[in-house]
Design a protein around this ligand. Structure first.
Ligand code: FMN
Length: 185
């Protein structure tokens, strides 16, 4: 299911602005494969293409920052996702455009100002797949600086969160609970 395939376009994700520091200096890339997969300890996994400078950086330092993009950061996501630190100093370029970064608390990377949530992670496992590598990171610090809405990525488009579904009535939920009990093992 390659990128752009109608089947992979059915997924809905956040976009992580992944910060790292290593061979290519401080860097930030856009990463739709950013997923929270465990609560205690907090674990976040990334899928990163080995061709990305971020891959070299994280492999070297075994740490990365996750900055979940807000709805105001769609252009930043595009810029971080269409330029490589292999070719340009992306942080300097982005700073020139007015984007702001701050120092992480527990790891040696920058973090992105204006993100929905920040998580500083240390790599506990690296799994090489074919076109991507999975970095499994334990969260060593996570915080929210501003109450913002996350950017949604779906079908190659940047979207806003939609309206919440109305909950079924209490009566209906009671009915289903009773019915489920009839099938108890
Ligand atoms: C919205 C968006 C999502 C992306 N998601 C991923 C991803 O999940 N994994 C990945 O390896 N690259 C992803 N990319 C591409 C990288 O961000 C891109 O290759 C970037 O130039 C890598 O930067 P670097 O070489 O400085 O690390 C995405 C790009 C965009 C625009």
């Amino acid at each position: 299911m390659p990128w752009g395939d109608p089947r992979s376009f059915k997924f809905v994700t956040n976009v992580g602005l992944i910060t790292s520091n290593g061979k290519f200096g401080n860097n930030v890339m856009a990463c739709e494969f950013t997923h929270h997969v465990n609560y205690r300890p907090g674990i976040i996994v990334l899928g990163v293409n080995p061709k990305d400078a971020t891959h070299d950086n994280i492999s070297k330092t075994k740490e990365f920052g996750v900055n979940l993009a807000s709805i105001k950061q769609n252009i930043l996501v595009s810029l971080a996702g269409r330029n490589s630190a292999r070719k340009i100093d992306k942080i300097k370029f982005l700073k020139k455009l007015g984007y702001k970064f701050f120092k992480a608390k527990k790891i040696n990377t920058l973090m992105v100002e204006g993100a929905v949530m920040h998580a500083e992670c240390k790599v506990i496992k690296k799994i090489r797949l074919t076109d991507h590598t999975i970095f499994i990171g334990e969260v060593v610090s996570a915080y929210i600086k501003q109450d913002l809405s996350p950017l949604i990525y779906h079908g190659g488009k940047y979207l806003k969160l939609g309206k919440e579904h109305k909950k079924p009535s209490k009566k209906k939920r009671e009915e289903w609970k009773k019915l489920a009990e009839k099938f108890s093992r």
